[in-house]
Design a protein around this ligand. Sequence first.
Ligand SMILES: Cc1cc2nc3c(=O)[nH]c(=O)nc-3n(C[C@H](O)[C@H](O)[C@H](O)COP(=O)(O)O)c2cc1C
Length: 193
Amino acid sequence: MPKISNKEVNDLLRQRRSTYPNDYSDKVIDKNILEDILENARWAPTHKKTEPWRFIVFQKSRLKEFSAEMMKAYKRYFSQDKWNERKMKKIEKNPLKAGAIIAVVLDRHEELIPEWEEIAAVAMAVQNIYLGCQANDLVGYWSTPSFRTEMEEYLGLNETQKSLGFFYIAHPKDDIVLAPRERKPLDQKVRWV
Ligand SMILES: Cc1cc2nc3c(=O)[nH]c(=O)nc-3n(C[C@H](O)[C@H](O)[C@H](O)COP(=O)(O)O)c2cc1C
């Protein structure tokens, strides 16, 4: 097996970033690439091998319907006096800018392990999605709106399942300019003993 260099791994991890809909081109994403990215996702670590991730893929042709459902979900979740016109516009327009959206779902195994461990496993699967995008010159981000619970019926989830948000994926615009990201230095995060 060809060895992946340390530099390649470091670059992949350190260059990973969240990219938002204003930087998306409207190009369709090849289904094979989406499959490849999801294949990576299912190799995330999973305590007791519960594999608690489920994914529902909305390809480009279904994003109009997805966006309409997001609007309805927002309106159900917030009472009318809390509706924010600017936010609602974004909720409607942003999904239409994506090339595909993956609904990220937690499938609980309550009898086996605590919820946090299964959420952690799904989050690791999402990291694999991030990295798979990176490796395929795609961009995206994990969106976790508060009203995602109101999407669960539309997504067809059952009583063991919960929405953990949506992963937006897209080809980047040709003229994309990525803003530098910041992280605090390691010595603020690590204590050596
Ligand atoms: C669990 C989780 C939930 C997130 N939810 C949102 C979200 O709802 N909206 C958003 O704009 N970004 C969301 N993000 C992306 C973060 O904003 C992003 O990771 C952060 O700004 C750091 O940028 P980077 O991913 O490019 O390193 C989420 C990230 C994680 C890990």
